[in-house]
Design a protein around this ligand. Structure first.
Ligand SMILES: *[C@@H]1O[C@H](CO)[C@@H](O)[C@H](O)[C@H]1NC(C)=O
Length: 724
């Protein structure tokens, strides 16, 4: 369940083009490309982006990687499988993703036979969801799995430390550290935080502010009464949520021997305000009971330190404000006591979820007051199954809207639907949404601007914003909806004869529909048109392996049977039904997960079998190769009707055997004789001919007998010590 959600959110693989969408900062992405380079003379492969100069992203040739042509942007961030040219898996591993990595990547194979553009992959690196939105989704999942167990554990851990809780906004907090033992005069007292940064240092009878970390400058004061009972408590001024931390008070004698160590857990609570996206405004409270002078400066900032609102010399300072908050803030100006410096933030949306800090400075820039407010903007959530005909994204208002409003529905980047001058504006719409949206037009009060989105797939998971502008482009209303699209998941073991990918409809389908099953790389898995299957349209991976139910009578069952699934088939499959005019009638998705085949054997066994059964009657010119990864070794080759021991690695000479009539029966299993512990590893079988390509991984573990014996011995005394 957890894996599934993470997969859906982070790796959006398009069904429109071969496209990969993900978020900046991702550890890596694998851009897929496969080609039968193992059959070619002196092959090389180049990954390029033709919008760059130089265009080369990565180059691999028989001798290894060639970096001299590489574009600087990719320096140190690309890699390919060590044995890419031998296996035909030419995928590019791009690490530490940046927004600027978005673009079209072309995988080109060259050989003595010429040059071939194999495939293009669109990569789109998006900005991340705000951390809270992600946390929310992960928490939802964790909540289901852990159901609280984790929290209990954390609480117990914290209980062992003295805890101080304080509200953000107080002038100071006292971190206690007392001792009843007599301390010598020349002790050193060191207060540190969790990162071991110096919070306060007292040495040789005086404070040492120069040793202090920047974050704590001018904010600490230590009691100096070191006589018994010694009180070394620390006063920390203007605590904010950033000060929530574990502080350690350590006392050393002259020889740096620790005399005492105490910890305090400080929790600075931040006032929380929750509001629904769609409210006209939200109030961030900041009040003070102290008398404020006329010349104070009030600064509201967010947690990115952007200026939200600045008030100085008796008036608002709009030019100091960050662009993002322009025209959206209003501060109470009643600075007489009790001073109310609360801020009104208009049209809050999920991106406004943030910690806001209100700081009051004197004319000398001395902090008089600091207070924080955590704003949480809740977004209405809609959940739908992939396969539903449509989903409704609600946006309603009870206020009367003028006739000439402009309504804009957007996802986080693009225009989804625009309505202006009393009609829809499809030319403004992003093409991913073309023909898929319908807005209610009943703008009478109460105005219902809800949007119908047709054929939702997991690519549509996003936050949608409905904004209403008046004629002067002033915002009248803003509302958000989080759309979650669930995908049906099927999991099978590798080795099953077949798996059923369900796709059913209860609506009556016309006779002349086209049904297309595609995978997430947009490869055609199965095509049904004009009343019959169209195998010539099918990708070579799926050739001879699919069967679609043809009973298109209502209720229409368009489920697909995929035969002999292997780990390579783990993918998101989309079933789309078109009418004669190529209009989509239905779209449904299935996430298939096929487990990697695991084989275990003990060293000393006569032989072990690496199983691979696929469809019978494979083409006679098919080549079968068993290889092993890391280190790359050719284990067995069968070509032109016979075994090719000359192609085989030394290690496997005379130790491998394949079945009789293997192409006829489709049983490509490999027998490996006298398996040794060092045979443990990942094996892969590749069958290739003009029309067919099959692929299966087998993870082999050979348990060594010597290792077994030694691990059954009692742990050594040292290990026993450590485990206590
Ligand atoms: C891609 O490279 C990174 C960094 O070297 C590595 O951690 C990751 O496992 C690689 N991914 C794949 C699928 O090989």
């Amino acid at each position: 369940m957890k894996m599934f959600v993470v997969f859906v959110i982070l790796v959006h693989v398009s069904q429109h083009a071969s496209a990969v969408d993900l978020y900046e900062g991702e550890e890596f992405v694998l851009l897929p490309c496969e080609y039968h380079t193992f059959d070619m003379d002196d092959p090389s492969v180049v990954w390029s982006r033709y919008d760059l100069n130089p265009p080369t992203v990565h180059q691999r040739q028989q001798e290894g990687d060639e970096f001299i042509y590489q574009n600087q942007l990719y320096s140190g961030r690309t890699s390919m499988m060590a044995d890419a040219l031998e296996t035909g898996d030419l995928s590019l591993n791009l690490t530490k993703l940046r927004l600027s990595d978005s673009g079209t990547y072309t995988c080109t194979v060259r050989s003595s036979r010429g040059k071939q553009r194999v495939r293009e992959v669109q990569l789109k690196v998006k900005e991340r969801f705000p951390p809270w939105a992600k946390a929310l989704l992960v928490l939802l999942v964790l909540g289901l799995i852990v159901s609280g167990g984790l929290l209990v554990h954390f609480r117990q851990y914290f209980m062992s430390v003295y805890q101080v809780e304080v509200d953000s906004g107080v002038e100071s907090v006292l971190l206690p550290c007392k001792t009843t033992v007599h301390l010598p005069e020349d002790v050193t007292v060191e207060w540190t935080d969790r990162y071991n940064r110096k919070v306060h240092l007292f040495q040789n009878g005086s404070d040492k502010p120069e040793e202090q970390n920047q974050d704590y400058k001018a904010r600490t004061e230590m009691k100096r009464n070191l006589l018994e009972p010694g009180d070394l408590s620390l006063t920390l001024k203007y605590p904010t949520d950033r000060d929530s931390d574990t502080f350690t008070c350590t006392v050393y004698n002259r020889e740096r021997k620790i005399l005492m160590k105490k910890q305090v857990l400080l929790e600075v609570k931040v006032y929380q305000v929750e509001v629904g996206s769609g409210e006209e405004s939200v109030l961030l409270p900041c009040k003070t009971t102290v008398h404020l002078l006329r010349h104070v400066t009030v600064e509201w900032r967010d947690s990115d330190n952007r200026k939200v609102h600045v008030y100085q010399n008796g008036s608002d300072q709009r030019e100091e404000q960050n662009q993002y908050y322009r025209d959206r803030t209003e501060m109470k100006r009643n600075l007489l006591e009790p001073g109310d410096l609360s801020l009104t933030l208009k049209y809050p949306t999920y991106t406004d979820s943030n910690t806001f800090t209100c700081t009051v400075y004197s004319r000398e820039r001395k902090i008089l007051k600091k207070k924080q407010v955590l704003l949480k903007v809740k977004v209405y959530q809609v959940e739908v199954d992939s396969g539903e005909e449509s989903v409704l994204l609600p946006c309603k208002t009870t206020v009367h809207l003028p006739e000439d409003v402009r309504v804009e529905w957007t996802d986080r980047y693009r225009k989804v639907h625009v309505y202006q001058n009393s009609s829809d504006q499809p030319e403004e719409q992003n093409q991913d949404y073309r023909d898929r949206t319908e807005m209610k037009r009943n703008l009478q009060e109460p105005g219902d601007l809800s949007l119908t989105l047709k054929y939702p797939t997991y690519r549509d998971i996003d936050i949608y914003t409905c904004t209403v502008y008046n004629r002067e482009r002033k915002i009248l209303m803003k509302k958000q909806v989080l759309l979650e699209v669930k995908v049906y998941q099927v999991e099978v073991d590798s080795g099953e004869e077949s798996v059923l990918l369900p796709c059913k409809t209860t609506v009556h389908l016309p006779e002349d529909v086209t049904v297309e099953w595609t995978d997430s790389d947009n490869r055609k898995v199965h095509v049904y048109q004009n009343g019959s299957d169209q195998p010539e349209e099918q990708n070579q991976y799926y050739r001879d392996r699919t069967e679609m139910k043809r009973n298109l009578q209502e209720p229409g069952d368009l489920s697909l049977t995929l035969k002999y699934p292997t780990d390579r088939d783990s993918n998101t499959f989309t079933c789309t039904v078109y009418n004669r005019e190529r209009k989509i009638l239905m779209k449904k998705q299935v996430l298939l997960k096929v487990k990697v085949c695991q084989v275990e054997v003990e060293e000393g066994a006569e032989s072990v079998q690496l199983p691979f059964k696929t469809t019978a009657n494979l083409p006679e010119d098919a080549t079968v190769r068993w290889i092993r990864y890391e280190p790359y070794r050719t284990v067995h080759v069968y070509k032109n009707g016979s075994d090719r021991p000359d192609k085989q690695n030394q290690d496997y000479r005379d130790r491998t055997e394949m079945k009789e009539d293997l192409l006829k029966t489709g049983d490509l299993s490999l027998t490996l004789k006298y398996p040794k512990e060092r045979d443990t590893g990942r094996y892969c079988c590749n069958v290739y001919s003009k029309n067919i390509w099959r692929w299966k991984t087998v993870q082999l573990t050979v348990r060594g007998r010597t290792r077994n014996r030694s691990s059954s011995i009692d742990p050594t005394p040292l290990m026993a010590d450590q485990s206590v």
